[in-house]
Design a protein around this ligand. Structure first.
Ligand SMILES: C=C(OP(=O)(O)O)C(=O)O
Ligand SMILES: [Mg+2]
Length: 422
């Protein structure tokens, strides 16, 4: 007898910021259960699929009971009887049922929860790990990027750049990479403490010291890398996510950055000087605003051969928007967030598009996370090449890194490791 989706249901749970979010269950006729939890961003792109929230006074307007209800009624009715092994069809059914271009009716949070839970249920039914179900035999461990200093919308450190990430360019295994960064993370805490800075952490588990500038933060990283016994650049590299849409004014077309009002051109020369001064910086995400395509394009023209330029807010994992970006020569890499687009299949479409056009892909967590480790399996299955999922001090982030350690062990180290830069 063929296996079908018997029941779909959801509930309100809480994320790492204490906000309500969706947990969805997909139950199959053979009794298999797939469960998934949905994350939530803070520095969200304007064109992301809509995260449906309730409004009103309950839970300060942040409840997701409407989205839960949509899963338990409309989505349940539409998916009952469908094959869990046809991910595209399941996702398309929900896209059609919603009927809007940004999933505002059912909520991208409702749809994504069910989409991920369907993949999990199908994997459980076939008794294979999620990475195997989604990826078949062609698997690869990504290069991890750890966000060790938090600024922007993720902390009250007052630093304009949202994320300062470390990546173990040189590593013998995934475990070796995590160990190296864990060493630096602990050294960084000591270095910051010695200099009199706070060592409490931000939303993504990185430290949130009140450092005066981007340069001051990078200096701290260089020091921590060296004092841990590694070479900045060749062994441990640095990536930045300024998340610049957060400090861009659509009216004045200026970037309000570190006390100055910078034009697009001025910001570009700032980045050019920065990577000259600190060659360990190998990647910049959202250096320009989602509403400054021209600025992002100019950066790609001038810096795109030297370093990785990642589009997050500007592409929002949306294949249609991304296609336009490719045509306009914007960025050379794309950040992949499942909940920006709202289904597993559309996310896979975006990854394929990146691959066909020579863009690198970095799978990403959200600043509001849960214990769900879906993105770890997903990154391995998609041969995504890179992942960023926070730092070492918050378990909702560390759990993702731990899942890679499990996968590496399960595959007895026989799985290839992505390398960036090559
Ligand atoms: C992970 C990010 O932050 P958020 O989830 O707040 O959008 C990001 O900007 O890359
Ligand atoms: Mg970003």
């Amino acid at each position: 007898m063929s296996i079908i989706i018997e029941k779909v249901r959801a509930r309100e749970i809480f994320d790492s910021r204490g906000n309500p979010t969706i947990e969805a269950d997909v139950i199959l006729s053979d009794g298999s259960l797939g469960r998934a939890e949905v994350p939530s961003g803070a520095s969200t792109g304007e064109r992301e699929a809509v995260e449906l929230r309730d409004g009103g006074s309950r839970l300060q307007g942040k409840g997701v009971s409407k989205a839960v209800n949509n899963v338990n009624t409309k989505i349940n009715d539409a998916l009952h009887g469908q094959s869990p092994f046809e991910q595209n069809k399941v996702d398309q059914t929900m896209i059609d049922l919603d009927g809007t271009s940004n999933k505002e009716k059912l909520g991208a949070n409702a749809i994504l929860g069910v989409s991920m839970a369907t993949a999990r249920a199908a994997a459980a039914s076939q008794k294979v790990p999620l990475y195997r179900y989604l990826g078949g035999v062609d698997l690869e461990l990504p290069q991890p990027f750890f966000n060790v200093i938090n600024g922007g919308a993720h902390a009250d450190s007052g630093i304009d750049v949202q994320e300062f990430l470390l990546t173990p360019v040189k590593r013998d295994s995934f475990r070796d990479g995590v160990e190296k960064v864990a060493n630096i993370y602990h050294t960084l805490k000591t270095v910051l403490g010695k200099e009199g800075y706070e060592t409490a952490v931000g939303d993504e588990g990185g430290f949130a010291p009140k450092l005066a500038s981007t340069e001051a933060a990078i200096e701290m990283l260089y020091r921590a890398i060296k004092e841990s016994g590694y070479k900045p650049g060749s062994e441990i590299a640095i990536a930045l996510d300024p998340a610049s849409s957060e400090f861009y004014s659509d009216e004045s077309k200026k970037y309000s950055f570190e006390g100055k009002e910078l034009s697009s051109e001025e910001l570009l020369s700032y980045y050019q000087d920065l990577i000259k001064e600190y060659p360990a910086v190998i990647s910049i995400e959202d250096g320009f605003s989602e509403n400054d395509w021209d600025g992002f394009h100019k950066q790609t023209e001038t810096m795109g051969k030297e370093i990785q330029l990642v589009g997050d807010d500007i592409f929002v994992t949306n294949p249609t928007i991304f296609k336009e970006g490719i045509e306009k020569g914007v960025a050379n890499s794309i950040l992949i967030k499942l909940n920006q687009i709202g289904t597993v299949s559309e996310t896979i479409d975006t990854i394929k598009l990146a691959r066909e056009n020579g863009y690198t892909t970095m799978i990403s967590h959200r600043s509001g996370e849960t214990g769900d480790t879906f993105i770890a399996d997903f990154a391995v299955a998609m041969n995504a090449g890179q992942i960023k999922t926070g730092s070492m001090a918050r378990s909702e982030r560390v759990e993702k890194y731990n899942q890679f350690l499990r996968i590496e062990e399960e595959l007895e180290g026989k799985i290839p490791m992505a390398q960036f830069p090559k």
